[in-house]
Design a protein around this ligand. Structure first.
Ligand code: GCU
Length: 510
């Protein structure tokens, strides 16, 4: 018996001496279990179901597409008014008082906070190649950003990023960081399907949330990608974005979001969020995947700042669809990013939560998408909870303020055509109203907005292919689908003007 006790003690001692190795395994919950846990933490008994994205008339709980019913909460939180009621009339009051209020609301209620103790990332170049993109010689580096996981070795996070610059650049080049596969030109994609031949599915809830959605968002970006007809019509206009960038004398960085944080609720106890939480569930104001992807992009920028081939003061961020949301969140929270291209971002991105058109807050509080957001965001879809019920109208901030957090840095909001697959689900008009409203902050900070003088309540989206590109805030709906490649040539010309970058000589031959 004694022996038994001694054995038990010895084991206990051993456990104490090796805390890291004996820490519990990360929770292996399904998204539904994790979602239920967050509902329990918040005292939520029931959530309203998100509207269906089906456009077939008669579908139960169909999303609203009637413009007359689209504005149940027409008045947005006033961007330029402090919580104490005072108007904000100076840049100083914006930076010192109003902006911090908005940041706090977004962090606590919408996207979550980055914990204070996120471990360090160490970047290593694992491969360097000399190759060509569209006939232009480039140098590509494959990198891995290893996150120190000594505090919880059961989870490892290795951020995958590739950085490509024109080989004949005369000096440091501006770089567009893109949420995509994180691999070198010509390398096998890390996700099934992406980098294919221009086929983009429609954006809508009928689409999956895994590799299929990823391929939809990212098709056409690999240098091998063409613009062949697929899906709902012709592919994007213009060569692949990466080719257009290097032809103009830009570099690009491809950063892989899934290597930072999974795109599902089951992954919330793993990835960078799980590592910091030692495999346990989130608290209500912890970060969601969008904020985690944005954090990863900022770590990628840390590396770019150490690379002499790169003009790190002129690094942009780009993404499409859910990664368009991530690009906007990145720009809003990380002031070192100089410029942003927000592609077809929709609900959770540039679209107003308060609009009832297409995708709704309730879609972001269900099990399929809640992981993008802070747990607290679930409250706004609650129909029965200890606090009663809440709706979009109770969210203390809205997307016009997310866009405003980017000011005065150049911010390009891009969409495509619903008929080509950039579904009405995304609410282009609601995103336009948010963009118009955000203009007040750009003006206050001494730069130009998109130039629409209308009040946001009545502002009307301009026609397709009408660029509103004269200011630091820019808008263009292209005539392609659920992609931003069709806007890339407009983005590059606008970005060159904004960042005072002289296009490379070969771009004249484009
Ligand atoms: C779905 C989702 C959108 C998202 C899109 C995507 O359509 O409802 O919010 O942007 O997927 O990322 O492809």
């Amino acid at each position: 018996m004694n022996k038994c006790v001694i054995t038990g003690l010895a084991f206990a001692l051993c456990v104490n001496q090796l805390p890291a190795q004996t820490a519990p395994e990360p929770l292996n919950w399904t998204a539904a279990q994790d979602h239920q846990n967050m509902m329990d933490q918040l005292g939520i008994k029931a959530l309203r179901p998100g509207p269906s994205g089906s456009t077939v008339p008669g579908t139960p709980n169909m999303a609203n597409y009637d413009p007359d019913k689209a504005n149940p909460y027409p008045d947005l939180p006033e961007i330029l008014r402090l919580k104490n009621g005072q108007k904000v009339t100076t840049a100083d009051a914006w930076w010192k008082q109003r902006r911090p209020e908005i940041v706090e609301d977004f962090e606590r209620e919408v996207f979550g906070r980055i914990p204070k103790n996120v471990p360090k990332v160490t970047w290593t170049v694992t491969q360097t190649v000399n190759t060509q993109i569209g006939g232009i010689p480039v140098i590509g580096k494959q990198l891995v950003g290893h996150v120190d996981n000594s505090s919880y070795p059961a989870i490892s996070v290795d951020i995958r990023m590739a950085v490509v610059v024109p080989a004949n650049a005369k000096g440091p080049v501006p770089v567009l960081m893109m949420f995509s596969g994180g691999t070198l030109p010509g390398a096998a994609p890390a996700f099934g399907g992406f980098g294919g031949s221009g086929g983009r599915g429609a954006s809508g809830p009928g689409r999956g949330f895994g590799a299929a959605a990823f391929s939809g968002a990212l098709a056409g970006r690999g240098p091998g990608a063409g613009s062949g007809a697929a899906g709902r019509g012709p592919g994007p206009s213009g060569p692949p974005s990466t080719q257009q960038l290097v032809a103009d004398g830009w570099g690009y960085a491809s950063i892989n979001p899934a290597s930072i944080q999974a795109d599902n609720g089951a992954g919330l106890t793993k990835g960078i969020i799980g590592l910091v939480n030692k495999g346990q569930a989130r608290k209500p104001d912890d970060w969601g995947s969008l904020r985690a992807w944005a954090w990863g992009a900022a770590r990628g920028l840390d590396y770019l700042e150490t690379d002499p081939a790169i003009d790190a003061k002129h690094v942009g961020i780009e993404g499409v669809s859910r990664y368009g949301k991530a690009a906007l969140v990145t720009m809003a929270f990380e002031p070192r990013f100089a410029i942003v291209l927000v592609g077809s971002s929709g609900e959770g991105g540039a679209k107003l939560h308060r609009r009832n058109f297409g995708e709704a807050v309730e879609n972001l509080t269900g099990t399929g998408e809640y992981h993008w957001m802070a747990g607290n965001f679930l409250k706004y879809g609650a129909s029965d909870a200890t606090f009663g019920a809440k709706t979009a109208a109770d969210i203390p901030v809205d997307s016009h303020e997310l866009i405003a957090l980017c000011a005065p840095r150049p911010t390009f909001i891009s969409y495509g055509l619903p008929e080509r697959g950039d579904a009405n689900w995304l609410d282009h008009q609601g995103s336009y109203m948010a963009t118009v409203s955000a203009g007040s902050v750009f003006r206050l900070l001494g730069v130009h907005d998109i130039g629409d003088k209308a009040d946001y309540h009545v502002a009307k989206m301009p026609g397709v292919n009408v660029g509103m590109l004269d200011g630091e805030l820019a808008w263009r709906q292209h005539d392609g689908g659920h992609e931003d490649q069709s806007n890339m040539k407009y983005f590059i010309a606008w970005a060159d003007r904004e960042l005072h970058h002289t296009p490379a000589p070969q771009s004249a031959a484009k």
